[in-house]
Design a protein around this ligand. Structure first.
Ligand code: ZN
Ligand code: ZN
Ligand code: ZN
Length: 363
């Protein structure tokens, strides 16, 4: 879909919600609508998008050359180092405007200054306007997510032939980052490497002190951004033959993930995807060892709406992209997780990740 088409949808939703003006600064909503990403700095960049009438992009003069001109979508208003950009934006919010939606990632200092500058306005989150639109990925976005998924699939597959024993978690982490970049990602967003008991902490930070040894089960959860869209995959590695206990628990995890993926049909509430995976783990007696939701939406952000979690009754629509990543964690012993990105389609759930899902036995 074109930027113009997206802006049209956003405006329709503003009408539905009674929002008079949308303000977008740092974060992915702005590039989603304009192709321009604000620098995450102290100088204010802000798109002022009224429900009707012309949109303006307020941008520091020194950053204006970075903006690709799209006069059919928005005008450009630059401010000088000694100007007050908040006053500039406040002046552009029409006198009649009552309800303002502002980007969730906007620095608090700008929101606080704006609230003072337009005291009659009521502020709400821009995600209420934009998230339901961003959640539905079009064909180009699904293609970008698929390319990113296949890139990390290649990394996951190649890592099966790599030696883990004798190396630190940090060394393997760096290798994952290097391989993601070599596979076409413009950046790595995270690369968790957790050996043995460290994997019992779901978001363990890789260390230079933990050396991976024979008999370690190692969790690798990594992803980055490629052509503006994110990848995210988790695979398990074992140095030498895994013991039966690890194999048995892993079989439960595989069944749980499969159950979660199968449940992800159009019209199914997000919370039922969570429940479908969770019930398999609970039935096996490990319910207490699964301490997080089953998944998160993915797109321009590594974690975004919709979340596969109890309480989220939103029904899946074609084009929703999200992770299915159950985990089973035994404090002070070991932990495991299995994660693929899935897209809901009218033909059923489609996994974007295709790398082998068994425990890779490595040296
Ligand atoms: Zn996570
Ligand atoms: Zn992950
Ligand atoms: Zn994830």
């Amino acid at each position: 879909m074109t930027y113009g088409g997206r802006i049209q949808r956003v405006r329709a939703r503003m009408s539905e919600l009674g929002i008079d003006v949308l303000l977008l600064s740092v974060g992915p909503d702005l590039p989603y609508l304009t192709g321009y990403e604000a620098m995450p700095l102290e100088r204010l960049t802000m798109l002022v998008l009224p429900r009707t009438g012309d949109a303006q992009l307020v941008v520091p003069r020194l950053e204006a050359p970075r903006v690709r001109r799209r006069p059919e979508l928005f005008g450009i208003v630059t401010w000088e180092e000694t100007d007050d950009p908040v006053a500039l934006v406040a002046g552009m919010i029409r006198r009649s405007a009552r309800r303002v939606a502002i980007g969730d990632h906007t620095w608090a200092r700008f929101l606080l200054d704006l609230q003072r500058a337009v005291p009659s306005c009521v502020f709400s989150r821009a995600s209420e306007v934009v998230a339901p639109i961003r959640m539905v990925k079009d064909n180009d976005e699904v293609a970008a997510l698929t390319r990113a998924a296949h890139a990390v699939d290649g990394v996951a597959r190649d890592m099966r032939a790599v030696g883990f024993g004798g190396r630190t978690e940090l060394a393997v982490h760096r290798e994952l980052v290097d391989r993601m970049l070599a596979a076409g990602h413009e950046r790595s967003n995270f690369a968790i490497v957790a050996a043995g008991a460290n994997a019992a902490s779901a978001h363990h930070e890789p260390t230079a002190t933990r050396t991976i040894a024979n008999g370690d089960l190692v969790l690798c959860d990594f992803g980055g951004t490629m052509d503006g869209y994110c990848s995210d995959i988790t695979r398990m590695f074992h140095v030498g033959e895994p013991p039966n206990e690890v194999r048995d628990v892993y079989a439960v995890l595989v069944a749980a993930q499969e159950s979660g993926v199968r449940a992800a049909t159009v019209g199914t509430p997000c919370e039922e995807v969570d429940a479908a995976a969770r019930s398999v783990i609970a039935d096996a007696g490990f319910g207490e060892n699964f301490v997080h939701r089953v998944g998160h939406g993915i797109g321009a952000e590594a974690h975004e709406d919709p979340y596969m979690v109890a309480g989220n009754t939103r029904a899946l629509e074609p084009g929703y992209a999200f992770s299915v990543e159950p985990g089973i964690y035994f404090p002070e012993r070991f932990g495991m997780r299995l994660e693929d990105i899935v897209v809901a389609t009218t033909d059923g759930p489609v996994r974007l990740n295709v790398a082998p899902r068994d425990i890779a036995i490595v040296a």
